[in-house]
Design a binder for this molecule. Structure first.
Ligand code: PAF
Length: 282
């Protein structure tokens, strides 16, 4: 695996691989890699001839009151994890390399960004869509891999890639969980012992909501109440939202029908955690 910090060098290396006939897979990350990221890289390595991973803590997607400066970083461990997962090229551009001047261009995705993370974190998805569009242009992947843990982000990236005619298949990969159900996230590192013990309540709420749908519940309000009750049983959880929506459009569906996604977000101590699971109502 080669690690480069300069976009032109990455492009030259990727062009060489492509002209030798390689299909290119991309795994964009913000680093501090865990088993969830490794699963994306391993999937990419099993499906693409040449795997590019990127580590870039993207300032555009952090709000003024968010944790940009404190965002955890560990390049040495990350590099070893990428290499072990079968990455061929690791691009680690600095902020100056990605944004050499003030950005006057932004990619915004309407509608599906209006609620949930988009409402709680204004500007976040424009930052994500803009940097992902840049990475697609830099790398030119046939496939790009994103975790389902950030379900709304996955929908936004899919919409952006379709709307802007990027020739890339956006592949969603299952959330990797700790044994107690907590979804793996770089932000879990902010949790002290008591907050860490409280955090699996998000997954418990989702499982209870999905179970009620499986048992025949078709009222969105009842499923919301089931999730809220579980979340409410944990005094450390400050709930932002608990909702059930259409899995593709993120629109509210009532009565429940088709492919659904249950979404929750809650602050637990210093960390704002999100999680989701799927359910089907036939
Ligand atoms: O999910 C992330 O880590 C980031 O939002 C992404 C997709 C790498 C864009 O900065």
């Amino acid at each position: 695996m080669r690690t480069v910090r300069v976009i032109a060098e990455a492009r030259a290396e990727i062009d060489r691989a492509r002209s030798a006939g390689a299909g290119v897979g991309l795994v964009p990350t913000m680093g501090f890699l865990h088993a969830g990221h490794v699963s994306l890289m391993e999937r990419a390595a099993s499906e693409a001839d040449f795997v590019v991973a990127t580590i870039f803590v993207n300032p555009l997607q952090f709000g003024p009151a968010e944790d940009l400066a404190a965002y955890p970083r560990d390049l040495e461990t990350d590099t070893a994890r990428c290499e072990g997962a079968g990455v061929d090229l690791l691009l680690v551009p600095g902020v100056e390399e990605m944004y050499p001047g003030p950005m006057r261009t932004a990619v915004t995705v309407a509608d599906i960004t209006a609620r949930f993370e988009g409402a709680s974190r204004p500007g976040h998805f424009a930052g994500v869509a803009t940097v992902v569009a840049k990475l697609f242009n830099i790398v030119g992947p046939c496939r790009a891999y994103f975790g389902e843990k950030d379900w709304q982000q996955l929908c936004v990236v899919r919409q952006m890639a379709a709307d802007l005619s990027f020739a890339v298949e956006v592949v969603g990969c299952p959330t990797v969980r700790e044994p107690d159900g907590l979804a793996m996230s770089s932000r879990n590192t902010y949790l002290g012992a008591s907050d860490r013990a409280a955090a699996p309540v998000l997954h418990r709420a989702l499982v209870a909501g999905a179970e009620s749908i499986r048992s025949g519940e078709r009222s969105a309000r009842v499923v919301r109440d089931v999730m809220s009750e579980v979340l409410g049983s944990e005094p450390r959880a400050e709930v932002d939202y608990a909702e059930v929506v259409d899995a593709g459009t993120l629109a509210l569906v009532d009565p429940l029908a088709g492919d659904l996604r249950l979404l929750v977000a809650a602050r637990i101590g210093p960390a704002r955690l999100i999680d989701n699971v799927g359910a089907v109502a036939d």
